[in-house]
Structure formats: C-alpha cells, structure tokens
Design a protein around this ligand. Sequence first.
Ligand code: UDP
Length: 493
Amino acid sequence: MEQEPKAPPHVLIFPLPAQGHVNSMLKLAELLALAGLHLTFLNSDYIHDRLVRHTDILARFAGFPGFQFKTISDGLPPDLPRDGEHFMELFSALKSVTKPLFREMLISGQLDSLSTGGSATCMIVDGILSFPIDVGNDLGIPVIHFRTISACSFWAYFSVPDMIEAGELPIRGNEDMDRLISKVPGMENFLRCRDLPSFCRVRNMTDQNLQLVADETRQSPRAHALILNTFEDLEGPVLSHIRTQCPKIYTIGPLHALLKKKLGSRKSPMQSQSSNSLFEVDRSCMEWLDAQPSKSVIYVSFGSITTMTEDEFTELRHGLIASKKRFLWVIRPETVTGEHGGGQIAAELVKLTKGTGYVVGWAPQEEVLAHPAIGGFLTHSGWNSTLESIVAGVPMICWPYFADQQTNSRFVSEVWKLGMDMKDVCDRVTVEKMVNELMMERREEIMKSAVEMARLARKSVNEGGSSYCNFDRLIGDIRLMSKGGRKVSPILD
Ligand code: UDP
C-alpha cells in the first residue's frame, strides 16, 4: 500500500518587533523556506505595515509554498515612536497585551499552517522573549530560542546574577568605569564596567530594565535549543562557556552571508536589491559612491533606533569634516532629538561639505558596505551592522548607543582588533583623530585582522563550513521534532 507523503514541518517564527531582530529572523525564515519547510511568520502590526510599505517581502515570500505572514498587536499605541527611548515600554506591553493574544491565536488555530491546516510543529521565537516557552510547553510545541545578539553580549547578560552576587554590580556613583569585571567567565582580562551591556549602568539592582533582560536571558536553557547569529571562528571561546548552560546551540551566522550563499544562482536581479528595512531605502548614495575613489569613504550609520542630542550631532559633524575624509552618513528623520528635524540637518550638512559628504535617510547598508569606495564604518555596534561589516572586511569605529552594543564594541576593538572603540566619548577632536587613524595611520594593522576575519566568515558559510553544517543540523532537528507529535488539548492557566 502506498504511504501518504508526509507534510513538511510547520515552523512558527516570532521575532521581537524591532528592526535588527526582524531583519535576522526574516533571513532565517527565507533560509528555512528554501529548505522546503512550511512557515508562519508572526509580525507585530506596526512592523508588518512598515515592511509592506518599504520592502518587497510579500512578493519575495509568495514564491514559497506554505509560507504565510500573520500579525499581532505589540500593545503600544500606533503613533508612539518605536525608538530607543521607548524600548522598555515595548517590553511591558508585549508581556501584558501580546502574550495572552499569542496564546489565544495559537489555541484557536489562527496560526495553523496555510497549506495543511496543521498547528506548528516547532516555534522559533526571539530569545529575549521567554513567554512563548511557557505557551509552547502548555501546548506541547517545542520552542527554539533565537537570540539575535552576539554570543559575547548574551554571556554578559547571562552573568548578571553572578556579578550581583559577587558585589561587582551595581555600578556605584563616582565609579571608576574602567574597573575590570571578574564574573563574566572568559572575559576577566578585558571586560570593564563600561563594556557591560548598558542596562547594567544602574545604581539600583531592582531596576526593572536590568531585571527584565537578565531574567529573560536566564530562561534560554529552558528552550529546546538556542540559535545564534554568529560563527565559531569569531566567538568560539565564549560559545564554549555558553554551552555549559545551553548545550544545544546552533551557530549559523553570519545569516545574511549564509542566505546569499544558499540563494546562489537562484538570486534574481530584483532579489539582490531586496531589503528587510522598516524605512524607505534611498539608493541615490550608490551612484554617489560609484564616483568616489577606492576605500576613500567612511560610512556613518547608527542603525534604526539610536537617537542623539544636538550637541552630540554637532561634535560628530565637526569631527568628520575636520578629518577631511569623504563620508556617507545615514540620518533618519528622528535621529537627532531637539527642535530640528533630520531633513534640515542633512541639507545643511551636504551644503557644508561641498560634495565630499553625502547624507541619506536610510541606505541599502549591505550593498554600501560591499562597495569598493568604502574604507571604514562609524557604527553604533548593533550586531547586524557589526556582522555585515565583518563580512565586507570593513574596519570600524564604534560609538555604541545601548544594550548589547557596549559589549560588541569592546570585542571589536580589544579582542578581534577590527577597529576602535569611541565608547562614552563624543567630541570633535576624538572623532577627527579616530577617523584619521582608521583611514590612514593604523590602517595597515587593522586591515590585516579585518581581511582575515572576513575570510573566516565566508569560510563558515561555504559548503562544509561550521555555520553551513550547523544549519543543516538545525533542519534535521526540526524535521525530527515534527515526527514527535504534540499534545491535543492545551493546559490552561
Ligand atoms: N540598515 C540599513 N540601512 C541603514 C541603516 C541600517 O539597511 O541605513 C540595516 C543594517 O544593514 C542592519 C539593520 O538595519 O541589518 C540594523 O540592525 P543592527 O542590529 O545593526 O542595529 P539596530 O537597528 O537593531 O540598532
């Protein structure tokens, strides 16, 4: 008797609604869809609306059978800016509003597979959210955590309770921020107070934000497995520490490079310009870059949620102009807090530089970093930006804004030797000096490590490389889970 062909596994993907998180989760979704899995991608209404307005995601994913987008409320009013200043409001709204909705949507079948009508056989959820683990346990659906930050900052978050117990936290008033921290295993020789994730910069250990991030991070060992967007040659030592707590880890990064590899010749010209951006991409900078000499331009971008004061903006601007280097600067309309909007600031800046500077509201960043005219990146050290720079072999000046970025920038400068850390400083003299060091005086030394790390990154996603093989293992594991079956009725609270 012929056996009915078994339906492919159905994976529910649920990112934290923020640019960097959605970006890497969409890349993972595309990789899983290419491997033939059926997927439901759950976006917040706010994020989905912006993606549909500014990208080709609907057309891109329509090509995959069994793929569907679903949306859920993030619990915030639609007109509230989703920037760094409101990040914690987003977290509490997710817990109070989104969590019960998520559960209800799963139970009522609203997230069932488009093609087979079956429920999810596995969930891959943002590792900063632990509530889906509880819901998954109740419903008998295995949950894999995908933490979209670096392994080094994950480990620093994980170690927060140990730092508190040892009296290394809180950071007291008049504290020497260069004091070394001894309770993040493996980082004893170089991790200073100022390099801890920004949420540790509080005097009170009951601080809600610190508690939340530290508590959620400690939940990851309860997940079936942990996916990290990194690669073994970059973060091997810290990964071995994390494995003592979370033994099943899939390092499958840099995801954007793995996706590019797997798409290979399938990639159409349209797809090579695809983005997962929440903002309108201004491609005019590519033409401007085409007209610039090789390695002459410093790309300046602080990601999707960084804000800065007018004073900070003024110092950066003076420093860049004084360096006499060409620059391409991304200034989102809400980047600079205060009375002037981004548009006016950008127009004034372009006039001032007389053609050696170019400003856009949002750039096609991966393409920009790969352009031969780019010689350096002044970045906020967001993890996606850091990985994109590593793959492109572009050295960095780091000016971290918040969260994991303080730790990433320490690793970029001190461990990987891929650039310089301008943390906690923003004055024109330092900006000018660092730009000149990166582009000229220390260029040879830094480029040596940048070229080597770019080679290792590419090796990891090539056939037989660690991330390439780990991705195949992940697919195998997901297929196995779908054979396990699930409980029929949910355990309600
Ligand atoms: N990005 C972009 N254009 C820009 C600035 C950023 O496409 O002008 C993309 C960038 O390539 C990266 C993401 O936005 O993939 C930012 O993520 P990251 O983790 O670096 O920072 P976040 O925005 O989460 O702070």
